[in-house]
Design a protein around this ligand. Structure first.
Ligand code: OSB
Ligand code: MG
Length: 384
């Protein structure tokens, strides 16, 4: 791990920018349909005038996990902004120790992650060191998979899959739910043969409806993501014993301890890691290292991020333990106008570059942030 030792990093301000960004097209999953992304950016201003930035991945309603944009905003205002403004860091290892101490606040991992990732980003901006170096990333590009929402009919789905394959995506994920599972999966297999294919149910099934999932075992899926309870490990272990298809956990993995427990129970063979869900880069590095040690496959998930979260996810995905394509692709699929310029794009079909950016603040088009901003809150070190 690269260590840019040197002067002390101190933050003078945390700024929270709340935005509403319309998605180019609505995205339907078992938890509901998203038309507008209600998100916020955390901006961390350093004593030397450098700035770090990160995206909070919480959604407007508690339909994916329990956190929401409002609870994350509250938790940062109430606790995590003060924790960051009271800290001083003289080495990246101190950021990791500081992040670990935030564990005493139970839950609120999306809130913690947004602040923690803004601190890493501020370190990079202040020391002019690429985040990729700081995290120990060696890859210069990462392959992209795509997550395709629940469609009105199979023909529409087949057209979407066709254009995704033409664009170079190397893995297709279909959102499923009862009534939209065997038929769309069978149709994609019939039309596109043995393309790398998987399904994500976002907890839409139970042990009682698991027959539908056992029926999917015939389609040689790469994996099946979070079919059962959003906070469950035990029922997934029960299901994994009945399936040849590997299970992947998303919602119910909140920490490295959860990964260890899931592996011990046999609840999954694959982990979907979203740094914004697990508390940030520190927790992500721990999960990454543990997956390598345990031989679990690992990939990086997405939350309809703007270019800010997308760049962070892409850099993290450059670590060697990410064994499969993730859900992070070009930002232009989601937003007509991204918050970063240049936007996140393939540099060759299906591949995103791991960019050597020293913090993302210079990449953000702050004028666009202001245009879409519905609320700004500034928390100052001097006011603590
Ligand atoms: O379950 O992985 C998920 C989006 C929002 C919340 C949860 C999930 C998703 C996706 C889409 O699957 C990922 C993306 O395209 O960003
Ligand atoms: Mg998922």
């Amino acid at each position: 791990m690269h260590t840019a030792e040197g002067f002390t990093l101190i933050l003078t301000e945390i700024r929270l920018h709340r935005l509403s960004l319309p998605l180019r097209e609505p995205f339907r999953a078992a938890y509901g349909e998203t038309h507008v992304r209600h998100l916020f950016l955390v901006e961390a201003v350093t004593a030397n005038g450098a700035r770090g930035v990160a995206e909070c991945v919480a959604m407007a309603d508690p339909l994916y996990i329990e956190e929401t944009t409002d609870t994350a905003w509250w938790a940062i205002r109430r606790y995590f902004a003060a924790e960051a403004l009271a800290a001083e860091w003289t080495a990246p290892a101190e950021i990791r120790r500081w992040a670990a101490r935030l564990d005493r606040y139970r839950g609120h991992r999306m809130a913690k992650a947004a602040v923690e990732m803004a601190v890493w980003d501020a370190w990079c901006a202040e020391h002019r060191v690429p985040l990729a170096h700081l995290l120990g990333v060696a890859r210069t590009e990462v392959p992209a998979g795509i997550s395709i929402g629940i469609q009105p009919d199979v023909d529409t789905l087949l057209r979407k899959v066709e254009s995704a394959l033409a664009a170079g995506y190397s893995r297709i994920k279909l959102k499923i739910q009862p009534g939209w599972d065997v038929e769309p999966i069978a149709a994609v297999r019939r039309h596109f043969g043995d393309v790398p294919l998987m399904a994500d149910a976002n907890s839409a099934y139970t042990r009682e409806t698991a027959d539908r999932l056992v029926a999917l075992d015939d389609f040689a899926l790469l994996m099946m993501e979070q079919p059962l309870g959003w906070d469950d490990l035990v029922d997934h272990a029960w299901l994994q014993r009945r399936l040849a298809t590997p299970l992947c956990l998303d919602e119910s993995i909140r920490s490295a301890d959860d990964v260890r427990r899931a592996a011990e129970l046999g609840a999954c063979r694959v982990i979907n890691l979203k740094p914004g869900r697990v508390g940030g880069f520190t927790a992500s590095l721990a999960i990454h290292d543990l997956c390598r040690q345990l031989g679990l496959d690992l990939w990086c998930g997405g939350m309809y991020e703007t270019g800010v979260g997308r760049l962070h996810n892409t850099i993290l995905s450059g670590l060697p333990g990410f064994t499969l394509p993730g859900d992070t692709g070009p930002g232009t699929r989601y937003y007509a106008e991204d918050l970063v310029d240049p936007p996140v794009e393939f540099h060759r079909p299906g591949w995103l570059p791991v960019e050597p950016v020293c913090g993302l603040a210079d990449r953000v088009v702050w004028r666009r942030v202001e245009q879409h901003r519905t609320q700004l809150e500034v928390i100052r070190r001097d006011d603590l």
